[in-house]
Design a protein around this ligand. Structure first.
Ligand code: JB2
Length: 211
């Protein structure tokens, strides 16, 4: 198998951003899988070549990446990642040409580091994460599986983020704070102390809005 070939799962807005990233990193996109009504449509210069039922046809030809995005809830990304695994598929881990990723950091499979993001020394990023454009993951931070760290978010040194949490654009975690699993942190929120109850948080300091 040519590990520079990719099949993208999901052909919406997030897929466009991942195409930019993947091509900058030297990958070739064989095609996109989406829902039946979208087969044959184009996403930028690439074609939706089939549905998820056709994953099996590509396991020995390409690596996969989930390009359905994630605002709030990672359930669909988790389901699709599992479907790829069940077919025997393998995932690409993609780093944009303009991102900086420390050689002392660890990235999980299927994670995409978007343009201009930074992952600093000894940071650990789980599987299936989106580290979006201009996000900053500082030294020793730990990001759980299937998190989306949105555009321009700041995860400072020694922070930890539980599985499936969404960190909104330009939100900030001050040094060393922890956020539990499955939270939604609104754009611009400033997390100043540990968040231990799953929920939706916003403001500065970030406070619980919805449990
Ligand atoms: O089960 C599915 C499935 N369900 C929806 N399998 C596959 N392969 N694809 C699926 N989709 C497809 O995901 C939809 O048909 C559609 O083409 C795509 C979702 O596109 P949309 O543009 O609505 O959202 P997105 O997930 O690509 O992007 C969201 O998240 C990003 C992080 C948007 O909110 C973006 O603005 C955001 N940057």
């Amino acid at each position: 198998m040519d590990t520079k070939n990719l099949i993208l799962i999901g052909g919406g807005g997030h897929c466009k951003s991942v195409i930019e990233v993947a091509e900058s990193a030297g990958f070739s996109i064989l095609g996109i899988l989406d829902t039946a009504e979208n087969v044959g449509h184009k996403v930028l210069h690439h074609t939706i070549i089939g549905t998820d039922d056709e994953m099996i046809n590509y396991v020995d030809k390409a690596l996969f990446v989930i390009t359905v995005g994630q605002i709030k809830d990672p359930a669909l990304r988790i389901k699709l990642q599992q479907k790829v695994i069940n077919c025997g598929g393998q995932f690409a881990t993609i780093i944009a040409s303009t991102a900086y990723v420390s050689k002392h950091s660890i990235l999980g499979e299927g994670t995409v580091i978007m343009h201009q993001a930074v992952v600093n020394a000894d940071a650990k990023i789980g599987v299936g994460c989106i580290i979006n454009t201009f996000a900053n993951i500082e030294h020793d931070a730990v990001v759980g599986d299937f998190c989306h760290i949105s555009t321009g978010a700041m995860v400072n040194g020694n922070c930890t983020i539980g599985k499936g949490t969404f960190l909104g654009s330009q939100s900030v975690m001050v040094n060393g704070v922890n956020i539990t699993e499955g939270c939604v942190i609104a754009a611009g929120a400033v997390v100043r102390k540990d968040i231990v109850i799953k929920g939706v948080y916003s403001g500065n300091p970030a406070t619980l809005k919805i449990k």
